[in-house]
Design a protein around this ligand. Structure first.
Ligand SMILES: [Zn+2]
Length: 212
């Protein structure tokens, strides 16, 4: 049986439980830590939360989280507007942007298809994606949904949709051995995908000089 000190503390602990992977014990630890040791930072946290919840919305074009109607990427005239990368979440955009390897536009799905959970195309923003494709100059689409059963099913569904309705060239991100990875520690499925997705080696790509 839990001991209650105060309805306000109980409410705070309950509020922390909305965070992913945070149960009642962790929530209680967080609440006590902030109340006993860090009230200034806690007040700052509350202000940041309040401001973000009020001011941050979804970009009208790509769904990335943004303070303005159109995000910085969609508003940037230097981006390649013929290339679209489709991902499952805003965190995926951050990961790709940090790689510095992509200069096109994005479309962020609201997750992935999951028929068992009742999540269909209309729940992940396929209608909005269709509207974007109908009024854009996109001529290549990269499907960068996760390498999970649901991510693959979502990629397959979108590929079929694009093929039937728009005829835009579509590709899937490659899978394989991570940079610095050693084959003996990599699972069979990943090695299998790496072999299926192998590419030719050209002399120019081999930095012999760098080895000396
Ligand atoms: Zn945007």
């Amino acid at each position: 049986m839990s001991i209650s000190f105060s309805p306000i503390i109980d409410k705070l602990i309950d509020a922390f439980c909305c965070l992913p992977s945070v149960g009642p014990k962790s929530a209680q630890r967080m609440a006590f830590y902030l109340l006993e040791r860090n009230r200034d930072k806690a007040t700052h946290l509350a202000e940041c939360l309040q401001q973000a919840m009020v001011q941050v919305k979804h970009c009208q074009r790509c769904n990335i989280l943004s303070e303005t109607d159109y995000c910085q990427i969609c508003s940037n005239s230097d981006r390649d507007r013929t290339l679209l990368c489709i991902v499952e979440s805003p965190a995926d955009v951050v990961a790709i942007e940090q790689s510095g390897s992509y200069q096109g536009l994005y479309f962020v799905l609201m997750g992935h298809l999951s028929p068992l959970d009742g999540i269909g195309p209309e729940d992940i923003g396929i209608l909005k994606l269709s509207q974007q494709l109908a009024h854009s100059n996109i001529n290549e689409i990269i499907l960068a949904t996760n390498s999970t059963i649901e991510g693959e099913a979502t990629a397959h569904y979108i590929t079929q949709l694009i093929k039937q309705q728009y005829g835009i060239r579509t590709s899937r991100i490659a899978y394989g051995v991570p940079i610095g990875g050693e084959l003996e520690f990599i699972d069979g499925n990943t090695i299998s995908q790496a072999i299926i997705g192998r590419k030719a080696v050209y002399e120019a790509e081999v930095p012999y000089d760098a080895v000396d």
